[in-house]
Design a protein around this ligand. Structure first.
Ligand code: HEM
Length: 359
């Protein structure tokens, strides 16, 4: 009841609901006595999901926390129905490239009822297929997850590709997950080209447009929603400087360095930095040229500081995790690098919580 009270006080402090706080607290108290839990009103759910975003200390995109669209699917708990709604989420949030920040909230934990759980880290991720030579084809970070999907019966594409979309693994509680393929037409993807180098197209690279985190439970007022996938849009650096560049992901910097004719024999030529910048240009150019929403680190840094200033004016703390907020390239060129922030507080609620370990 303490968590519910703290949340309802916040909700009534920041908004003007029709019902009084005292009336709502009485109602919730009775409901908890009778059922062991309580049900959020749609407005409480929307407020809670938005404030959880506002509280996300690692997120640079929080200026628009108030515009999060909430798809209330709390009546849905069966894995097949959850999967169908995840697919609908991707279509609805992707809107052919005009991406909208969206969350779909499925059934919460209730006494005696196992809530659904999505095991994928994001709704769309590419498989990492282990090859006979001990390497991984595709996204190296998902090799274990791909093995698990195969053990559960996933028939990987033949021949295995570098950008095979993984199936959704969804369970009720800790039961064995069931597999669901995502239809290809629900996955908006962008083929990567470089604004100057025609050879870049020959690399046949691509990336999906909607980054939808699906394994972070949403906690509001003492109620946990283990399945609540949410998306914003990509920041170019996430794809160009991390997903395609990291040595344990696609590890493409040596390939690009070679194509650029750079001297890759010494770190002192800064070939990695130059290759990364060209990759980032290709990512940004490709998304822009097909009209898919994508942020750049300069603009998003400015927006974030506007957000911090607004939070200060509203008299709220704005915790931020410096090492996640500062972009992975050109950090010092952005204003977010040159200051410190309120310390992240892991007890802050509502919140998107760290994923629970896979059973
Ligand atoms: C609107 C555009 C958005 C942008 C540009 C953005 C940007 C980012 C970036 C760059 C990160 C760091 C990711 C990483 O390095 O792996 C991040 C993390 C995060 N964002 Fe956002 N975001 C957006 C929307 C959202 C929305 C709608 C939510 C929730 C409703 C959200 C919640 C989070 C959370 C919880 C994390 C931390 C993830 C973790 O701990 O792994 N973001 N965001």
């Amino acid at each position: 009841m303490d968590a519910a009270t703290a949340f309802l006080e916040q909700f009534h402090g920041e908004t003007t609901p029709a019902q009084t706080l005292a009336g709502r607290l009485d109602e919730v108290c009775r409901e908890i006595d009778e059922t062991g839990t309580y049900v959020h009103t749609p407005d409480e759910l929307t407020f809670g999901a938005r404030v959880a975003w506002r509280n996300a200390a690692r997120c640079i995109g929080r200026l628009y926390w108030h515009s999060l669209r909430v798809r209330d699917r709390r009546g849905i708990a069966e894995p097949a129905d959850v999967a169908a709604e995840c697919v609908a989420h991707l279509r609805d949030a992707g809107r052919d490239g005009r991406i909208r920040s969206t969350i779909t909230v499925f059934a919460p934990d209730r006494p005696g009822e196992a809530a659904p759980r999505i095991h994928n880290e994001q709704l769309v991720r590419y498989a990492g297929h282990r090859t006979a030579s001990g390497q991984v084809r595709g996204d190296g970070r998902y090799a274990d997850f791909t093995d698990r999907a195969v053990e559960l019966g996933w028939e990987r594409p033949e021949p295995p590709g570098r950008f095979d979309v993984l199936p959704l693994l969804i369970s009720r509680g800790d039961a064995q997950p069931e597999l669901f393929e995502i239809p290809a037409d629900a996955v908006l993807e962008v083929a990567l080209h470089h604004p100057e180098f025609a050879w870049f197209t020959d690399l046949r690279l691509r990336w999906h447009a909607v980054p939808a985190i699906s394994n972070m439970p949403l906690e509001i007022g003492g109620i946990t929603y283990p399945a609540a996938p949410f998306n914003g849009w990509y920041l170019g650096t996430e794809i160009g400087a991390r997903n395609l560049a990291d040595a344990d992901r696609y590890d493409l910097l040596p390939v690009i360095g070679d194509r650029l004719g750079l001297d890759t024999t010494s770190e002192r030529t800064l070939w990695r930095d130059r290759a990364m910048l060209e990759m980032l240009r290709a990512v940004q150019h490709s998304f822009d040229s097909v009209g898919v929403t994508m942020a750049d680190h300069h603009t998003e840094s400015e927006r974030f500081l506007t957000h911090v200033a607004r939070e200060e004016i509203a008299g709220r703390r704005c915790p931020a995790d410096w090492s996640w907020i500062v972009p992975p390239v050109s950090g010092g060129l952005t204003k977010v690098y040159h200051r410190y922030y309120d310390e992240p507080d892991p007890e802050m609620r509502p919140a998107y919580l760290p994923p629970t370990p896979t059973p």
